[in-house]
Ligand binder design. Structure first.
Ligand code: HEM
Length: 367
């Protein structure tokens, strides 16, 4: 086991506890990076001004720098610090908070979910992006195209992607841009108008960050839905619970984004440890959630956990602005899946290969 394999391991949580026992921020010699595993260290890294989301010398990964996917990547708030993050964020974050839970439920319910493994796949990997694109003002047919293109585009975010996948990501980026250029010519949804009114940058950056909303939605929300289904399969008694309460504990207990990274811009001290410019820190969000100093009885799945605390949506400057929307989409999707009568006991799963995502792929098994 190592902290990267842990993300897709069947049960990484005892290993995370071992890491925390060795110290909150320790150097991993094989991986050649720092590992933040305690809640205190994770919080300190994410709050530190010298811990950046990209390496100084490589703002865009070399493998995609020459194409459209690289151009979009370089404009995303998620991939920038300073003004290039703050400007789009100050428009997008408040607008996302205006979205109504009822509207989300209606959009999710309007999609047909079939009670088989393929239906689950589409509900997890196509539904959430379709909902976000419809909220932005695209038609349901366009929404389907956007979710397919987003699936191709996000491949550029993973170092595990092949050259073929990277080429498809550039093409998808071009096409996604086309859809949003057309949409911005006549913005009509409340969400897009709310973002547009607050946005002070150039149109290219706005378009990139609208595509960013789709790409941020894609894997993390699929993972959240999948991990909720796994919790329900393991503890069938949870079916009696409210789905909002279920999702609130699932996101803490078994987060879809297990880790994120930070790149040290200047030598500094973090949580009492000296780190040098150019070093990399792997930030174990999922481990911090299980730190007993953050949550009492952290390894218990407690629906009515008092004062739950979680790093699953990040913390600090880059904390996820889509949290409420993601939870709302995930709860509505799980509700629809259960209403279709999917027999969870007939499902087997494995996690998609990933360095940080814990995203289940389900298949049907004969009992
Ligand atoms: C509707 C779905 C979602 C949308 C629209 C969304 C949007 C975003 C955006 C735009 C950012 C970048 C913020 C910034 O850099 O200032 C972000 C960050 C983040 N999101 Fe989400 N997100 C969604 C779902 C999720 C889910 C389901 C999770 C996991 C439970 C998640 C976890 C995170 C984390 C951990 C970060 C911070 C990464 C870091 O600091 O390195 N997001 N999200």
């Amino acid at each position: 086991m190592d902290p990267i394999i842990a993300a897709t391991h069947a049960d990484p949580y005892p290993y995370y506890a071992e890491l925390r026992a060795q110290g909150g921020l320790t150097f991993h010699h094989e991986l050649k990076l720092w590992v933040a595993s305690s809640a205190r260290a994770v919080c300190a890294v994410l709050a530190h001004a010298d811990c950046r989301v990209r390496p100084m010398q490589e703002p865009v990964p070399k493998a995609i720098a020459s194409g459209m996917a690289g151009k979009l990547f370089g404009q995303l708030m998620r991939m920038n610090d300073g003004e290039r993050q703050r400007c789009p964020r100050s428009a997008v974050e408040p607008a996302l908070q205006l979205i109504d839970d009822y509207q989300v439920r209606t959009l999710v319910a309007a999609r047909l979910i079939t009670a088989d493994a393929d239906g689950l796949y589409k509900a997890m990997f196509r539904g959430p992006v379709s909902v976000v694109s419809t909220l932005l003002g695209l038609s349901p047919t366009q929404g389907r195209a956007i979710s397919e293109l987003t699936a191709d585009f996000v491949a550029c975010l993973s170092p595990l992607s092949s050259d073929l996948q990277l080429a498809a990501a550039h093409t998808a980026a071009e096409q996604l841009r086309g859809y949003f250029i057309e949409l911005l010519a006549e913005p009509h949804s409340d969400l897009l108008k709310a973002i547009g009114q607050r946005f002070e940058g150039d149109e290219d950056t706005l378009i990139a960050n609208l595509i960013g909303l789709c790409s941020q939605t894609f894997e993390a929300t699929a993972g959240l839905i999948g991990n909720a289904l796994i919790a329900l399969r393991r503890q069938p008694g949870l079916r009696e619970a409210s789905l909002d309460a279920l999702l609130a504990e699932v996101q803490r207990f078994d987060p879809p984004v297990q880790n994120t990274r930070r790149f040290v811009a200047q030598s500094c001290e973090i949580d009492g440890v000296r780190v040098e410019a150019g070093e990399v820190i792997l930030v174990l969000l999922a481990s911090a959630n299980r730190d007993p100093l953050l949550n009492e009885q952290p390894d218990q799945f407690l629906l009515d956990r008092p004062s739950r605390r979680s790093f699953s949506f990040g913390s600090g400057r880059h904390q996820c602005p889509g949290q409420a929307l993601a939870l709302s989409i995930a709860a509505a999707t799980v509700r629809e899946i259960l209403d279709q009568g999917v027999n969870l006991q007939q499902l087997a799963w494995h996690y998609r290969p990933s360095l940080n995502g814990r995203i289940a792929l389900f298949s049907a098994v004969q009992l």
